[in-house]
Design a binder for this molecule. Structure first.
Ligand code: ATP
Length: 290
């Protein structure tokens, strides 16, 4: 069945690829309808190998005339898990958008392994980062095809491995048609937690050195949340990971937590040291854990 399925869908995949391998990311940010203001610079280079060292150096950014990030400085070492937390509107998603270079900075720079992302081709930059968005875009095709979207030339074994790492194996085993099951328009036949795990499997398949996880704001039941957290921690092994977190309970194991307030980093450290500091993080923690 799969042997038949893959050639028949191949053209579809090529089309989707051409239409933009990044559509998922761009839709996540609602940018698809806008004319892009960011282009490859003259002489932009392709960056293929990366250990995954991310640095934001004095990053200042405005949407139109309103400054949103004011001198943001942080460092994520290869293999680290770093979380960004803060009130709604603090600028967390903006940090991710800038990492993908959806906008140019007003000042400062963002580097990957010491290379300014402005000097990279947009395609090569965006291939280095896999994202698990809050709201995953699924198309009305099989589960297999939806996962394969992460890297259309991946083998069946690689898809199987991604399913395993995303903790979807039991779910797939229970489906009457297994991974040939259609997920419905926009994945309507899947729960929120299952959709996020499909997104994790996709991201795993992309096998990019950097993984970004934008935690869904809508609360999942605790069993789904646990499954997602376990899937993420397996998926992020050996990767640099950046988590935009809304529930602080999900990031207590992060190597570093960056606390953002009104576009400024007000604190950074691990969970224990931030609690001890009794600053904004401790305040948010207390509110969420009353
Ligand atoms: P939340 O937790 O609610 O998702 P956030 O911390 O991720 O919030 P951002 O989405 O980064 O916050 O937004 C930071 C600020 O920038 C907000 O005040 C928001 O209204 C504004 N903003 C975000 N996107 C745009 C845009 N495309 N154009 C203009 N302003 C924007």
């Amino acid at each position: 069945m799969m042997q038949l399925f893959i050639p028949l869908n191949f053209l579809g995949f090529v089309y989707r690829e051409i239409r933009g391998a990044l559509a998922n990311i761009e839709r996540m940010f609602g940018l698809l309808e806008r004319s892009p203001k960011v282009f490859d610079c003259d002489g932009a280079i392709k960056h293929q190998q990366l250990v995954g060292h991310i640095q934001f150096e004095d990053v200042g950014f405005s949407y139109d005339d309103r400054e949103i990030l004011h001198g943001v400085d942080f460092d994520i070492k290869p293999g680290q898990k770093v979380a960004v937390v803060g009130d709604s509107g603090a600028g967390k998603s903006t940090i991710v958008k800038l990492l993908f270079r959806f906008y140019n900075l007003n000042r400062g720079k963002i580097t990957l392994d010491g290379v300014d992302i402005q000097t990279l081709t947009l395609n090569s930059l965006r291939r280095l980062i896999a994202i698990v968005p809050q709201d995953t875009v699924l198309f009305n095709d099989t589960l297999y095809a939806n996962i394969l979207y992460g890297r259309p030339n991946a083998s069946e074994d690689e898809v199987l491995q991604a399913i395993k790492l995303a903790h979807l194996s039991d779910f797939v085993a229970e489906l009457p048609a297994g991974w040939d099951t259609k997920v419905g328009e926009r994945g309507l036949k899947l729960s929120g937690g299952e959709k996020q795990r499909v997104a994790i499997a996709r991201a795993v398949l992309k096998n990019a050195p950097i993984m970004v996880f934008d935690e869904a704001t809508s609360s999942l039941d605790s069993r789904s949340e646990k499954a997602i957290l376990e899937a993420l921690s397996d998926a992020a092994k050996d990767h640099t990971s950046l988590v935009i977190a809304h529930r602080l309970s999900t990031i207590t194991d992060a190597d570093k937590i960056i606390v953002l307030s009104k576009g400024c980093i007000v604190e950074q450290g691990d969970h224990d040291s931030l609690l001890e500091a009794k600053g904004l993080y401790a305040k948010l923690w207390n509110i969420q854990n009353q």
